[in-house]
Ligand binder design. Structure first.
Ligand code: GLN
Length: 493
């Protein structure tokens, strides 16, 4: 059997369309790679038959001489936060274990309509809460990367850690992710792949298990900017079933890709120079500036003065929304039910939640309930909403001086699993550079820049104006071409 697992989205799509190989061969190849990589724990369930059926449908369409979709023949990993018809959807929680939706999320349906198939449901941090993929009920995900000279299992980032691992380990050419406060960009940075969170509202949230509804956005994770552009185009689009869905046409991002940045101004926010940021991260940032300058952009210093308040505001707003969203898991409607002998309704709620939610999820529900409580609502939640408006305004003001922002994606490279699991605040700091764009609803992408001295990937982040995914992708392409990042984790799994 030929091994197709080195191929990305574009190469598979073009190869299938051109008749160089069949979609079935590709699906078989990835199904085998997924099975052989069980030790990474990237998947909660695998769905090889779904991938094969989609591939056969594509091969039949081609044989009939009919048009193929934009993702035709590409088998992908689906973060287990997207409801998939007839396939267990857990959000990596015990409370949803055994929940089999009778409907398909809009984003996953869009991907199937474009000819993609599903390799399986990818592991994640429970309810997408986390930065290391250690809060899953189904166990940690291991990054395929290891520090040079060490066998310690490393974090693939979170919450889309199954997605980042699968793509970096070449057991999936691409995967879906979701980003509430960095969960596409941070895991992409940790594993040397690309990931873009589009403008809030580009991708429908319908059928995506909700964490913080005003922040949640789906996006693609893949190994090149081109692959992200292709996949985002397939995922995005207006959906009347999501009231926050953008009523806008989806641009042809792939066709308009250009690494020529002449006339573009790239802002370097001075407040992102924070204590505790790795020297090597700062070096990669300098390198990023040089690359963008080389692509024709002008680099300008800008100020985003409320940056330091963004993370604390996020950790009020996101838990507040989570505490409301997660109230639906009560033992009545979905998944787990714990009904102790002789228990009443309230006892059943309590027992089910006690048993069904992990510690981090409970922490968020408690914080969220507290900041929304009558006595503290003004002190916390309302203040955080005001900070959110100021963070968004910072970007609005910055756009008077620049078209894009360049920053590191994360303050450090990946860390060993277990290193931060006892220290929630250290964990939350991972998203310090990612959260401002989330609060402002702006498109933001991470692209791999280089390896650090330990041989671990570092990512650079680009943030654009609302609806300007093209600008973000183009600058990402300029970096990709100059970084020439082709490092691969050495196979140990
Ligand atoms: N790590 C952040 C959190 O734990 C972001 C998660 C996300 O974007 N889903 O909330």
């Amino acid at each position: 059997m030929t091994d197709f697992t080195a191929l990305g989205v574009k190469d598979i799509r073009d190869g299938v369309a051109g008749g160089s190989f069949t979609a079935r061969e590709v699906a078989e190849s990835f199904n085998a790679a997924v099975e052989a990589a069980a030790s990474l724990n990237a998947f909660i369930v695998t769905t090889p038959d779904h991938a094969l059926a989609a591939a056969d449908a594509v091969d039949a369409t081609r044989a009939a001489g009919k048009d193929l979709g934009a993702m035709a023949g590409v088998p992908i990993g689906m973060k287990d936060l997207f409801c998939t018809n007839g396939v267990q959807t857990t959000a990596a929680s015990h409370i949803l274990e055994g929940f089999t939706p009778q409907y398909e999320s809009t984003v996953s349906q869009n991907l199937w309509d474009a000819g993609a198939g599903m390799l399986g449901k990818l592991n994640l941090d429970q309810f997408a809460m986390g930065s290391s993929n250690e809060t899953s009920y189904f166990g940690n995900v291991s990054s395929p990367w290891r520090k040079e000279g060490s066998n310690a299992a490393m974090s693939p980032g979170g919450s889309s850690g199954g997605s980042s691992t699968a793509v970096a380990a070449r057991i999936a050419p691409a995967a879906t992710g979701t980003d509430t406060g960095g969960s596409i960009r941070q895991p992409a940075a940790f594993t040397g792949i690309c990931g873009i969170k589009p403008t809030y509202g580009r991708c429908s949230r319908w059928g995506v298990v909700a964490f913080a509804s005003s922040l949640d956005q789906a996006g693609p994770m893949a190994r090149s900017v081109e692959d992200c552009a292709i996949m985002l185009e397939a995922m995005a689009g207006f959906d009347p079933k999501d009231s926050t869905s953008l009523q806008m046409d989806v641009p042809n991002w792939e066709a308009a890709l250009s690494a020529d940045l002449k006339g573009k101004k790239v802002g370097i926010p001075r407040e992102y120079r924070m204590d505790g940021t790795d020297e090597e991260i700062l070096k990669s940032w300098e390198q990023g500036k040089a690359w963008l300058r080389d692509a024709g952009a002008e680099i300008v210093d800008i100020s985003l003065p409320h940056t330091k308040y963004a993370l604390p505001a996020y950790y009020i707003i996101a838990p507040a929304e989570a505490s409301s969203n997660l109230a639906r898991y009560d033992g009545v409607r979905y998944g787990l039910r714990d009904l102790p002998e002789g228990a009443g309704l309230q006892d059943m709620y309590a027992a089910t939640r006690e048993e069904g939610f992990g510690d981090e999820v409970k922490r968020r529900v408690l914080i969220g309930t507290y900041v929304l409580s009558a006595g503290f609502y003004d002190a916390y939640y309302n203040q955080a909403q005001k900070v959110r408006a100021l963070v968004a305004r910072d970007f609005e003001n910055a756009w008077a001086e620049c078209d894009l922002v360049l920053a590191p994606t994360t303050p450090t490279a990946s860390f060993p699993l277990g290193d931060k699991s006892d220290d929630p605040l250290a964990m939350y700091l991972n998203d310090v550079f990612a959260v401002p764009a989330s609060l402002a609803g702006l498109p933001a992408m991470s692209v791999p820049a280089m390896l650090n001295a330990d041989g671990l990937p570092l990512g650079l982040q680009l943030v654009g104006k609302a609806f300007d995914e093209q600008g973000v992708l183009n600058a990402g392409l300029a970096i990709q071409q100059r970084a020439g990042f082709d490092a691969k984790p050495e196979k140990w799994w």
